[in-house]
Write a protein that binds this ligand. Structure first.
Ligand code: PLP
Length: 393
């Protein structure tokens, strides 16, 4: 063929992290077939959906099989019943939204990837280490990406100090994947003020907000003026176990404008052109999951995951090992012992304790020397892993 391709794809580094991990585990298993390997690297939920959610999805599926209740294409922005429930969910968190600010998606990843469609050639500022989708989706559209360094000194919560005052697009993820670090109210105030003064846009990823227990903001809109500077992208994936059935939402307040152009209107136009909505049974499931009863049900699953992070945090506290996360997040981000590099510690842990985690360097250069453990294994496996780590570290 002689067509032109998107040359920007050549600037994206292949991410071999999880295939590399699988290869190492496979090789280890071939030489140690009896090893009882515990996986604390899982970034996906493992507990089933709450019954109330499944029942609703089943009811909605049956409606699709009857002439009177069958539904065709859903609205591009989501059914109003779900958009209203999202507004109500935020209201319970003391944030007032307008129904028109809410867009239902098939998950946060899609909208994080798609949001670049409505933005021009801005400089992009992304914390490092972080969820890789922000970087790759911007590189695919030829944007210039700058990293804001996360380190132990700033508790892996980079701040705007030292940034110039030119307008830019800034990605923030709180609680963060992979570090579990969570911005406080005062820290987010500084980011919102910086964005307002510099004319910048914040894209705030709150996919893990349901894990917050210490009163830190669960939405950027808890910060005054945030509606003038921030888009929020969120998901039912980790909050309610929707990774397999796919539903999320994006908030674009009408206050977000560039001159007399409304960002909300641009996104509406984009959705109408490129998206045909989320299936009716899934939206009904999401409706129930975000209702007060659904949230209570999901909390039971979150409590099981939380027990795992508590066991791990307790051990690291006892051993004096530096870590972030765990408290408001399913992730614990630990410093590798004895100055080991991320992959060195991976091999050491696999060999000496038969535990698999995720090397921090896979989330960006600033993650070198760190390691991510997750809470998505069973309580029994995590307890066993903690016993092994207690002996090893
Ligand atoms: N944002 C962050 C920070 C994530 O870690 C993930 C998934 O791991 C997502 C978004 C994607 O969420 P979804 O399943 O809704 O696409």
């Amino acid at each position: 063929m002689k067509i032109k391709i998107n040359e920007n794809f050549k600037n994206i580094k292949e991410n071999y992290l999880f295939s590399d991990i699988n290869k190492r585990v496979k090789a280890y298993k071939s030489t140690h077939p009896d090893a009882d390997i515990i996986r604390l690297g899982i970034g996906d939920v493992t507990l089933p959906l709450p019954k109330i959610v499944v029942d609703e999805m089943a009811k909605a599926s049956i409606e699709m099989g009857a002439k009177e209740t069958f539904k065709g294409y859903p609205p591009e922005y989501g059914y109003d019943f779900l958009r209203e429930m999202v507004v109500d969910y935020y209201k319970r968190n003391k944030v007032t939204l307008d129904l028109e600010d809410v867009f239902i998606s098939d998950g946060a990843k899609s909208d994080i990837g798609n949001i670049v469609d409505i933005l021009g050639d801005n400089d992009i500022y992304i914390p490092n280490p972080v969820y890789p989708v922000y970087v790759d989706s911007n590189l695919m559209s030829g944007r210039k990406v700058y990293y804001i360094e996360g380190n132990e000194k700033n508790k892996f919560l980079p701040m705007p100090d030292g940034l110039d005052c030119k307008p830019k697009v800034i990605y923030l993820c709180s609680p963060n994947n992979p570090t579990g670090a969570t911005y406080s109210y005062d820290e987010l105030v500084k980011w919102v003020e910086y964005a307002y003064e510099s004319g910048s846009l914040i894209i705030f990823d709150s996919a893990y907000e349901a894990f917050i227990t210490d009163g830190s903001p669960r939405s950027i809109y808890q910060i005054p003026m945030a509606k003038h500077v921030a888009i929020e992208i969120s998901s039912l994936s980790k909050m309610a176990g929707f990774t397999g059935i796919r539903c999320g939402f994006t908030i674009i307040p009408k206050e977000l404008t560039v001159g007399d152009t409304s960002i909300n209107a641009l996104w509406k136009r984009r959705c109408a052109t490129k998206f045909n909505g989320v299936s009716y049974p899934v939206q009904r499931a999401a409706y129930v999951a975000l209702s007060p009863e659904g949230v209570e049900e999901s909390k039971k699953n979150l409590a099981i995951y939380k027990k795992n992070t508590e066991m791990l945090c307790e051990l690291f506290d006892k051993k004096g090992i530096w870590y972030s996360g765990g408290k408001n997040s399913p992730y614990i981000w630990m410093r590798c012992p004895n100055g080991m590099k991320s992959f060195e510690f991976f091999d050491y842990l696999l060999d000496k304790a038969n535990i698999v985690g995720t090397p921090g360097v896979g989330f960006g250069e600033c993650g070198e020397g760190y390691f991510r453990l997750t809470s998505f294994a069973s309580n029994e496996d995590t307890k066993k892993a903690v016993e092994r780590l207690n002996k090893l570290l």
